[in-house]
Design a protein. Structure first.
Length: 126
């Protein structure tokens, strides 16, 4: 399932105070965004987020579910390679990553949404 929708009508949120979405931050994050995802579609810009753990993934799933329940979309964009890898490993890349929102410009650490992330633990053929 490709997550695409009209980003022109969605609210774009870029939390510059969020460097990682991990245990201890997820509840505040969900509390902050839940009212917004209930009101309209959201594009969440993760340009500044370097790390997501299981609690962060659960928070993203909760927000996605809330948005879907309200008839809205919830996608993330500007995802760095490591976060994209984590989302891919748990199968959330297909539903959470936007494929038509602007990724993260010229950031070399940003994952290309058209190209699957290569796992960092992959062995090279040397």
């Amino acid at each position: 399932m490709n997550t695409t929708f009209d980003t022109a009508t969605a609210l774009r949120i870029a939390p510059d105070d969020l460097n990682e979405l991990v245990r201890g931050q997820e509840l505040t994050f969900v509390e902050r965004l839940t009212p917004l995802v209930r009101q309209q579609s959201i594009v969440l810009d993760f340009t500044h987020v370097d790390r997501v753990d299981a609690a962060g993934i659960a928070a993203l799933i909760a927000l996605y579910g809330t948005a879907q329940g309200a008839g809205h979309s919830f996608v993330i964009t500007g995802v760095c390679a490591h976060v994209r890898e984590v989302l891919t490993l748990v199968g959330l890349d297909r539903i959470l990553l936007s494929h038509n929102a602007n990724p993260c410009g010229a950031d070399p650490n940003c994952a290309d949404p058209a190209k699957p992330a290569e796992p960092s633990f992959a062995r090279s053929a040397a």
